[in-house]
Design a protein around this ligand. Structure first.
Ligand code: PEP
Length: 256
């Protein structure tokens, strides 16, 4: 982390877990466990249908709400889709785009991820842009090449002012939901590489100001070491964000 230049963000990704009626009891457990003086921005990303409940319950605990996906279209005949304007209208402040599960199960490619990031920015929502390599790519020594491509594609057409409102989440696919965390060195190496890619496109100042999160089996035990790395500015947390005590411990671990 480098608090002098950028925000620390701890974001939970609930995926398709819990229900709207479980949010209030969750927040009642979480709130007293969160550090009084908040070392970071705290976000919980839920399915769109649960966002109003999360926004309501999160106000008191100073937990922002985020979506997990958005349509690339502004509006119209796209049954089942949720637009950036609709997310913004209900008060979502963040939205994940390009999560590996969407890339894998819904065929999302880098151009689509870029389009989604852009519609979010246009409506004032912070995109949390996920990138990360597969195990095969890591073993073939293609990690940085692949992740650099994903970052460049995701940021295509986004100017330096908009970049300030983007978050990048480095999530090695082999570490998501598997219990296999990247070592702090592996995670730092790629996050540093991502910042170098951004520096090449936008210059030193904008690159220095972008928050880059690590995601992939981050938990209460390994969070402090990962968050101590100079280019890791927070976490995107799946499984551990469903447990108030674990999630609060990760938030506390960002106070360093
Ligand atoms: C995620 O879904 O983005 C994630 C990192 O999940 P987990 O923490 O469970 O690996």
């Amino acid at each position: 982390m480098n608090r002098k230049y950028r925000k620390t963000v701890i974001a939970g990704n609930w995926k398709m877990n819990l229900t709207a009626s479980e949010i209030k009891p969750f927040m009642e457990q979480l709130k007293p466990l969160l550090p009084k003086s908040r070392p970071c921005d705290v976000v919980l990303c839920t399915p769109a249908v649960m966002l109003p409940a999360m926004i309501k319950a999160g106000k008191d605990a100073k937990v922002a709400a985020g979506g997990q996906d958005v349509s690339k279209y502004e509006k119209g005949a796209y049954t089942g889709e949720v637009s950036a304007a609709q997310l913004a209208d209900i008060g979502a402040k963040y939205c994940i785009v390009g999560h590996s599960e969407r890339r894998q199960y819904h065929g999302e490619d880098d151009m689509l991820v870029n389009a989604k990031a852009r519609v979010l920015l246009a409506k004032g929502i912070v995109p949390i842009i996920c990138v990360g390599e597969s195990l095969e790519q890591r073993e073939a020594d293609l990690t940085m090449e692949y992740v650099a491509y994903q970052v460049k594609a995701a940021l295509h057409g986004i100017d330096a002012t908009q970049l300030r409102r983007c978050i990048i989440a480095y999530e090695p696919i082999w570490a998501i939901g598997t219990g296999k965390t990247a070592t702090a060195e592996q995670a730092q190496e790629v996050c540093e590489g991502i910042r170098a890619v951004i520096r090449k496109i936008y210059g030193a100042r904008p690159a220095r100001a972008v928050s880059i999160l690590y995601g992939g089996s981050m938990n209460a035990k390994n969070a402090a070491e990962l968050l101590a790395q100079p280019d890791i500015d927070g976490g995107l947390i799946g499984g551990a964000s469903l447990k108030p005590a674990d999630f609060a411990a990760i938030v506390a671990a960002s106070d360093q």
